[in-house]
Design a protein around this ligand. Structure first.
Ligand code: SF4
Length: 313
């Protein structure tokens, strides 16, 4: 199954930029090779737009489709797609399940109300949900390494049907019931491998058996590698993405860990040029839920500003 998903995703190259370097005045601007919507987000966005164009009646997404305010606004204004917070908010029409997925009971509840459900869960998240179900079937206590409040983790936990524990940090390991000696581990798609390694090592010390599925998404790995490279080769880094976006926040952490001064922005109007006064090389990173047009707008704003700046400024 994993192979099939990989084959599907390999066809997508929309997040690979052809031109990554620009020059404006004395400043070099370098955009990360992989930036913009990842495959899963593009797929969910396309499904939502296609549904809105072809379906009668109201179309909603279950929660904001992605953590990007501009995209949410575009869906509302251009396609009439709003989002709901829970099954109680809707009695008819169509609900698109976003990339993070939802617990299966929620889909059942919506269908029982007569609501049409379009499942745009990212196939990679779906694989993780399936691993959780498999581990449960094989009598493991399911451990999900991730943020317990994140929608993806909530959806995966539901597949453990009460036999799961979410571990966000080493301190959380004590939350696993002491009689659980066979642990089956899956990981939130956007986590940093080093953090996962530390938690898995600690789990090994307390369990008889630990089975681990590394479900960190390849997009996360690619972007974190890009973030390291961009941070090491630029003095300042702009990280473009929604303030609620998990992978955007993590890119900023990776950039700062590797020595760059990171500025988290949601749009070109958030760029604080006073902090870039001495910049010579500015890197640009973007989360998997940041549209390409927004990255270009931020780059254009930098080019405009530094091209207009007096030489030597
Ligand atoms: S980052 Fe990975 S898991 Fe998340 S939506 Fe994109 S492809 Fe899917």
């Amino acid at each position: 199954m994993y192979g099939t998903v990989e084959a599907m995703s390999q066809k997508y190259t929309g997040d690979l930029r052809e031109i990554t370097q620009y020059r404006a005045g004395n400043v070099e601007i370098n955009i990360a090779k992989h930036s913009g919507y990842c495959w899963g987000v593009q797929r969910a966005y396309d499904q939502t737009v296609a549904t809105a164009k072809t379906t009668e009646g109201p179309v909603y997404t279950y929660g904001p489709l992605i953590h990007n305010p501009q995209t949410i606004e575009e869906l509302r204004n251009h396609y009439g797609v709003n989002y709901i917070q829970g099954p109680e908010d809707v009695d008819q029409g169509t609900v698109v399940v976003r990339t993070h997925g939802v617990p299966p009971e929620i889909q059942d509840l919506l269908r029982a109300k007569g609501v049409n459900v379009i499942d745009a869960t990212c196939p990679y998240v779906r694989v993780t949900q399936n691993y959780a179900a498999l581990l449960l079937k094989q009598k493991y206590h399911v451990v999900i390494i991730g943020d317990p409040k994140h929608a993806e983790v909530i959806s995966i936990l539901a597949y453990a049907k009460g036999e799961g524990t979410v571990i966000h940090s080493l301190e959380d390991i004590d939350k696993i019931p002491h009689n659980k000696r066979r642990l089956g581990v899956v990981v939130q798609s956007t986590l940093i491998l080093e953090k996962v390694n530390k938690i898995v090592n600690a789990l090994l010390a307390r369990a008889q058996e630990v089975r681990v599925f590394n479900t960190i998404c390849y997009v996360t790995t690619e972007r974190q590698e890009d973030a390291e490279h961009i941070a090491q080769t630029n003095d300042h880094v702009l990280v473009i993405g929604g303030k609620e976006s998990s992978n955007t926040k993590k890119l900023a952490i990776v950039a700062e860990t590797h020595g760059a001064r990171a500025m988290l922005i949601e749009s070109e109007s958030d760029i604080d040029f006073s902090k870039l006064a001495n910049a010579k090389k500015i890197g640009i990173l973007a989360g998997a839920s940041t549209p390409n047009w927004l990255i270009d707008k931020c780059k254009d704003r930098l080019v405009e500003h530094f091209s207009a700046a007096p030489v030597g400024a």
